[in-house]
Design a protein around this ligand. Structure first.
Ligand SMILES: [Zn+2]
Length: 99
């Protein structure tokens, strides 16, 4: 059964990504941003390889350019974009994304 196998893989990939992002967050909180980036990069590689969709809060929790975990007020700024009438988050590397 190809399709159920696929969905099984996707759900385990999704939970590994969630785990990696949680580890990235605690590595950052523990004062180890380099390790944190490594975790985010691993999560992002899985994401690209398996093309899984993530929940909004996970999708918006890291930078896909510099692999920094987003901690509002620390590594990222959330602000209101008047031009597009939406909330945006901006990373320290200047990458910004609609929330
Ligand atoms: Zn960034």
């Amino acid at each position: 059964m190809q399709s159920s196998r696929k969905s099984l893989i996707k759900s385990s990939v999704r939970s590994s990504i969630a785990k990696l992002l949680a580890q990235a967050r605690s590595a950052y909180a523990g004062g180890n941003p380099a390790r944190s980036k490594r975790y985010v990069r691993m999560a992002f590689d899985l994401l690209r390889k398996h093309k899984v969709g993530l929940q909004k809060d996970l999708r918006n929790s890291f930078c896909r350019k510099c692999f920094t975990i987003w901690v509002p007020g620390k590594t990222a700024t959330v602000y209101f974009d008047r031009k597009n009438d939406c909330l945006r988050i901006r990373c320290a590397c200047d990458y910004s994304k609609r929330l």
